[in-house]
Write a protein that binds this ligand. Sequence first.
Ligand code: DGL
Length: 274
Amino acid sequence: MTQTGHEPKPVLVFDSGIGGLTVLREARVLMPERGFIYVADDAGFPYGGWEEAPLRKRILDLFAELLATYEPEAVIVACNTAFTLAGTDLRHAFPDMRFIGTVPAIKPAAERTRSGLVSVLATPGTVKRAYTRDLIQSFAAKCHVRLVGSENLARMAEAYIRGEPVSDEAVLAEIAPCFVEKDGARTDIVVLACTHYPFLANVFRRLAPWPVDWLDPAEAIARQARRLVPLIEGAEHPQGFDFAVFTSGKPDFSTRRLMQGFGLDIADTSVKAV
Ligand code: DGL
């Protein structure tokens, strides 16, 4: 798709916290001409433990405000917990907007596994979703899929990426249930079904009881975004554009520093957290 004669509108990347940065870094590679607005609903973080109805409402209300304020070209919902819950509602509520979603990479895992034992490491919210169960039924009916809902890993990933200490024992306790041995076969793929987790991938690799593929969908999400966002001939990335919005309105020092490292200014304005 090619579009000419327009200023390139930005792409909005959304997550509950800083996990969506794992998707942003891939999206930038494929869409260098686009400005990016990174939105973290840190006032609602973590999403993993929320009841479904209030979280759905929160996300829909927030997007009404975000889309009116920033008028993006497209939105990457870089959060499994949000998209598996509210992706369909968002598309329904804002039919003119392109939403690129993030869902557990169960289909590619089922295609790749040799042992037939696949684990899905996600937030408690994502493992409970009907959406996730449907993915397993539709694409992995022949596999043995272990769903592992972690209470603590998203927080640990946030701490780790900010440079705070995270203990090996604590991480191992969260990932250990992913490793299954059954009839002489072993889990060979673990789906990283929370965008925070790729930040910990090296720690996971080091602590894993045996080597597995840790499936990070970030690049596939970025490719899908590139397919949906028109490439504008001759357009260049708007100078100094990329910025981050925190619904708390007050990200701490280490978060600000992290954002700087990703080339994101912190917007003064904040959207209202409900
Ligand atoms: N990054 C989010 C996801 O992909 C979840 C983190 C949270 O619990 O808020 O599911």
